[in-house]
Ligand binder design. Structure first.
Ligand code: CUA
Length: 350
């Protein structure tokens, strides 16, 4: 214990230096990854007016927090270094108590910062609540949460679909959110903040996408075994592409022409499928599961967890609860022949 009294301090300084370098490295590597388009969806990469307002509030908070961090940590480091115990110095430091000026300053300053942030948050909330465009530029979609997928109804267009929320760019899309079972939360970080979907209550919010593209999101309220598998997919199309999509969706399902697909339709309409699913233009009008009239036109299956490919459709039909734990669709123990036929029938339903 007779070594240099500076050794513990040097060690502490080295440790602090190393931590600072590591933190800086993590930030430098992580920030571009968060801001990158597509993966993962980030509210720091806004694609619509709502998320842009939220991101700008976040940036202001980030700047204020950074200034506070640098000042406070800087003062701690300077104090620790300048007023450290020197070698051979055995005297007690001057004992002080209280400093009215300093105490008033460190009470008023944080209070001012908190009040400023509070007012800015209120202003942001008001901006988010305001409808930006004329009524003619708006449309409405009913968003209905299910365990574990989203249903979308377009009451003015007579369309019911699932999993992909298709919207036109540049238009305000009013969302009326509800749920048929438990509480879910609709969240597409690049388009807006979270809005809860309750049973027996309609919540309102709106989104608008600036450019065409696919914006991913996630159910943000723990809703059961497959909460994490309950994705949100927003497909934003140009107004022209959207009009074409509306025409396609309003049509009944195309009747199958090849033999295997016809066999698939028979399996579908004589089996358990029609108890839960609707295919417009056929006898199938079940309401528990997603409407499958144009299932082939969607980007994803199984509430957004699987890309819509033939292989994934087979995988899903073979054993739904194995893919999505807690899935309401049970394992129907379909034979390989039945799965071949159902796949041939459902895939071309564009
Ligand atoms: Cu729905 Cu979590």
């Amino acid at each position: 214990m007779n070594g240099s009294p500076q050794t513990p301090l040097r060690r502490a300084l080295l440790l602090m230096g190393a931590l600072t370098v590591m933190t800086a490295l993590v930030l430098v590597l992580a920030v571009p990854a968060f801001a990158q388009e597509g993966t993962p969806p980030s509210s720091l990469n806004p694609a619509g007016p709502n998320s842009a307002v939220i991101a700008s509030l976040f940036n202001v908070v980030l700047v204020i927090a950074t200034v506070v961090f640098v000042v406070v940590e800087g003062l701690i480091l300077i104090s620790a270094f300048r007023f450290r115990r020197r070698a051979k110095d055995t005297s007690e430091p001057t004992q002080v108590h209280g400093n009215t000026k300093a105490e008033i300053a460190w009470t008023i300053l944080p209070a001012l910062i908190v009040v400023t942030l509070f007012v800015m948050a209120l202003q942001t909330q008001q901006t988010l609540d305001a409808k930006p465009a004329a009524a003619a530029e708006q449309m409405t979609v009913k968003v209905i949460g299910h365990q574990f997928w989203w249903e979308y109804q377009y009451p003015d267009l007579g369309i019911t679909t699932a999993t992909d929320l298709v919207i036109p760019t540049g238009k305000v899309v009013n969302l009326e959110l509800s749920s048929v079972d438990v509480i879910h939360s609709f969240w597409v970080p690049q388009l807006n903040g979270k809005t809860d979907a309750f049973p027996n209550h309609v919540n309102h919010t709106w989104i608008q996408a600036n450019t065409p593209g696919i914006y991913y999101g996630q159910c943000a309220e723990l809703c059961g075994a497959s909460h994490a598998n309950m994705r949100v997919v927003v497909v934003a199309k140009t107004p022209e592409e959207f009009d074409q999509w509306v025409k396609d969706q309003q049509a009944d399902a195309a009747a199958p022409t090849d033999a295997l697909a016809q066999q698939g339709q028979l399996v579908f309409s004589t089996g358990a499928c029609i108890g839960c699913h609707t295919i417009a233009g056929t006898a199938a009008n079940g309401k528990t599961g997603p409407d499958l009239t144009h299932v082939g036109s969607r980007t994803s299956l199984a509430g957004g967890m699987l890309t819509n490919t033939e292989g994934n459709l087979r995988r899903w039909l073979t054993n739904p609860p194995a893919v999505k734990p807690g899935s309401i669709m049970p394992n129907l123990n379909l034979t390989k022949t039945e799965i071949d036929a159902l796949t041939a029938y459902l895939q071309p339903l564009k």
